[in-house]
Ligand binder design. Structure first.
Ligand code: UT7
Length: 338
């Protein structure tokens, strides 16, 4: 048995930053950003944190599903940009919503994260370990983006999306997941404490001395997102269609059998490039990148929430979701609305 999505929720900050606003801090233009990325604006945190956005999205999903928080067996949060390392963001959400019976953990697979969270809880449900799962993609990317780098800062936004997945005889599940660590350097962000001065005990001198730790040659400036945009672009447009085709072959279906392709909202041109390679119309590829920018692992659940709320996903619809990003990582997952 697998799980079906019985409720969704999302949260984006009220604070909207337009492309024109960005021209005040980096040399760029509204037309360049829109032509190259499809982004018109993004929502950026003011008083929120990644953990509070995750909590709000979770509350909305729980309410939408019509369940009690006590029914949730597991909470998985996907994030690369949480304000929290300890405790994990999932435990924070648990405490905030009163999901006292859940076990909780975070995962980091960047923009593929929501797919990985979904696939993980499907495996738990299939093994009989859990019945009801809360999965969340939450990102406060504005805290890790370098606002002086026009090559990256124009692309990203903040937000969170969540879904409740519950065991159901009717649910159908299939997936293909991949990673290629050899391309890891194309999109990086080192942890702040790796470059922080620290005290260590040196046996030789029998004293405590200050050192500046460096790992893999990273510097403190590397604690912001650094991206080889073209490399990531090429990877996405080439590998995502392959991954989706592999999934369809595995299921013995074609793109004609699929009603909608819910893709990570990396960049409108990437979505168009994937559609072109799959030979599918953009009518089957919903997008909202113009409003929110690229919110990494929050993109797919925010989009799903919007589609459900707009009545665009109906019983019997066959969907393929695909996330892809840093690592590099990618996944394509089949979802049937039931
Ligand atoms: O979520 C998964 C992770 N990320 C992605 O999926 C991102 C994938 N990559 C992309 O979306 C695109 O590569 C970007 C939007 C990041 C960049 O677009 P691009 O078409 O690949 O531009 P580029 O980096 O090749 O730059 C072209 C030119 C350069 O100028 P020169 O060297 O031709 O004179 C850049 O310096 O555009 C310049 N440029 C800009 N100009 C105005 C770069 N950023 C900007 C900017 N405004 N914001």
């Amino acid at each position: 048995m697998f799980g079906k999505i019985i409720g969704t929720g999302s949260y984006v900050p009220e604070n909207i930053v337009t492309n024109n606003d960005l021209t005040k801090i980096v040399e760029t233009s509204d037309s360049w950003i829109e032509e190259r990325t499809g982004v018109k604006q993004r929502h950026l945190m003011k008083n929120e944190t990644t953990a509070t956005m995750a909590t709000e999205a979770a509350k909305r999903a729980v309410e939408n599903a019509g369940i009690k928080p006590e029914e949730i067996d597991v909470i998985v949060v996907s994030t690369v940009s949480s304000n929290l390392i300890l405790p994990n963001t999932a435990c924070f959400v648990q405490e905030q919503i009163g999901a006292i019976n859940a076990f909780c953990f975070d995962i980091n697979t960047a923009c593929t994260g929501f797919m990985m969270a979904y696939n993980t809880v499907q495996s738990y449900i299939n093994s009989g370990l859990v019945k009801t799962a809360l999965i969340i993609g939450a990102e406060g990317l504005s805290r890790i983006v370098d606002w002086s780098d026009r090559g990256t800062c124009i692309l990203f936004g903040d937000g969170a999306g969540a879904a409740i997945v519950k065991a159901s005889e009717a649910a159908v599940f299939e997936t293909v997941m991949k990673s290629d660590g050899r391309k890891g350097s194309a999109l990086t962000c080192y942890n702040g404490f790796a470059t922080r001065p620290r005290k260590i005990f040196t046996e030789e001198k029998q004293e405590i001395s200050d050192i500046y730790e460096k790992t893999n040659g990273q510097e403190s400036s590397d604690t912001f997102v650094k991206m080889d945009g073209q490399e990531i672009f090429r990877f996405a447009v080439k590998e995502v269609p392959k991954c989706i085709n592999e999934l369809m072959e595995k299921m013995n279906i074609t793109s004609d059998d699929v009603d909608m392709f819910v893709l990570h909202q990396a960049n409108l041109r990437i979505c168009q490039g994937i559609a072109k390679r799959l030979k599918i119309s953009m009518d089957k590829v919903p997008t909202n990148v113009s409003e929110y920018g690229n919110t990494s692992s929050a993109c797919i659940p925010i989009l799903l929430d919007e589609l459900f709320k707009a009545g665009k996903l109906k019983k019997g619809d066959k969907i393929i979701m695909s996330g892809f990003g840093a690592g590099v990582t990618l996944a394509a997952t089949y979802l049937e609305i039931c």
